[in-house]
Design a protein around this ligand. Structure first.
Ligand code: PGA
Length: 260
C-alpha cells in the first residue's frame, strides 16, 4: 500500500506572519489525516522557522532545490547536507520552473538527484511535458528521457527513497488541469518505465500529480490507481484548500484499504 503524500510547494511565497498562521492551521487540521503524509516546502530562508513551528506535529519539511556540491565557493547556493541538518526530509529536484527559468538540464537535474540521495534526503523528481510537446504527441518521449537520464546516471536503486511528481508544464499555475484520465495515463507510463528497471520498485514508488490541483479536482485525480498524492503550488498557500486536498487523499486511501 502506497501512503499518499500531499506536498505543498510554496515557491517564492510567504511572509513570516502568513507562514506562522498557515502552519498553525495546518498543524491543527492535519491531525485529522494521520493516514497520509503532509509535506511543506518553504523557501530556503523560511526552512528553519518552519522547522521550529512544525515541531511536535506530523507535518514534514522539504526544500525546493539543492546544489550538487556539499560545501565551498558556490556563492548563493545551498547544499543537501545543509538542508538535512536543518531538518528537511525531502527536496524537490528538477521542477519545471527550475528547468525553464534557471536553465537546469537533464545532467544537472540528475546530479542534484544524486546529491540529494547522498545527503540522505528524499528527492521528489519533477517531470512533465510542455503544451507543444503534448500537442506533438511527445509526452511519453519526454517523460522517458527525463526519467532515463536520472536512472542512467544515478542508478535505479537510488529511486528506493525517491518520489516522482508528474507535472505537465501547461497545467502549472495556469488553472488548466490534466483530466484524471490524461494524468492516469502519464502516471501509468512512468510506473512502466520504472518497472522496466525494477519491477518491485515500480509497485512501491509514489507518483504525485502536480499542476493546478485544487480542492475541487483533487478527489477525481487522487482516485486514479497510479496517482499517489499531489504536489500543490497555489492551493498550498491557503490552509483551507490544502487541507481539503489532504482530506480527499485520506478519504481515497481509506476507500482503497477497505476494498483491498
Ligand atoms: P500549481 O503548482 O499547483 O500552482 O499549478 C504546482 C507546482 O508547480 O508544483
Amino acid at each position: 500500500m502506497r501512503i499518499p503524500l500531499i506536498a505543498g510547494n510554496w515557491k517564492m511565497n510567504g511572509t513570516l506572519d502568513h507562514i506562522k498562521l498557515l502552519i498553525e492551521q495546518l498543524k491543527q487540521g492535519g491531525q485529522d489525516f494521520p493516514q497520509i503524509e503532509i509535506l511543506v516546502c518553504p523557501t530556503f530562508v523560511h526552512l528553519s522557522i518552519v522547522h521550529d513551528l512544525i515541531k511536535h506535529s506530523s507535518l514534514k519539511l522539504g526544500a525546493q532545490n539543492c546544489y550538487v556540491g556539499t560545501q565551498g565557493a558556490f556563492t548563493g547556493e545551498v547544499s543537501g547536507p545543509m538542508l538535512a541538518e536543518l531538518g528537511c526530509e525531502y527536496v524537490l529536484v528538477g521542477h519545471s520552473e527550475r528547468r525553464t527559468l534557471f536553465q537546469e538540464n537533464l545532467p544537472s537535474v540528475a546530479a542534484k538527484f544524486q546529491a540529494a540521495v547522498e545527503a540522505g534526503l528524499k528527492p521528489i523528481l519533477c517531470i512533465g511535458e510542455t503544451q507543444a510537446e503534448r500537442e506533438q504527441g511527445l509526452t511519453e518521449k519526454i517523460l522517458h528521457s527525463q526519467l532515463e537520464s536520472v536512472i542512467q546516471s544515478v542508478g535505479i536503486a537510488a529511486f528506493a527513497q525517491a518520489v516522482i511528481a508528474y507535472e505537465p508544464v501547461w497545467a502549472i499555475g495556469t488553472g488548466l488541469t490534466a483530466s484524471p484520465e490524461q494524468a492516469q495515463s502519464a502516471h501509468a507510463y512512468i510506473r512502466e518505465v520504472i518497472a522496466q528497471n525494477n519491477i518491485d520498485l515500480a509497485k512501491t514508488i509514489r507518483i504525485l500529480y502536480g499542476g493546478s490541483m485544487k480542492a475541487d479536482n483533487a478527489a477525481a485525480l487522487l482516485s486514479m490507481p497510479d496517482i499517489d498524492g499531489g504536489l500543490i503550488g497555489g492551493a498550498s498557500l491557503e490552509a483551507k484548500s490544502f487541507l481539503q486536498i489532504c482530506a480527499a487523499a485520506a478519504h481515497q486511501f481509506q476507500v482503497e484499504q477497505t476494498t483491498n
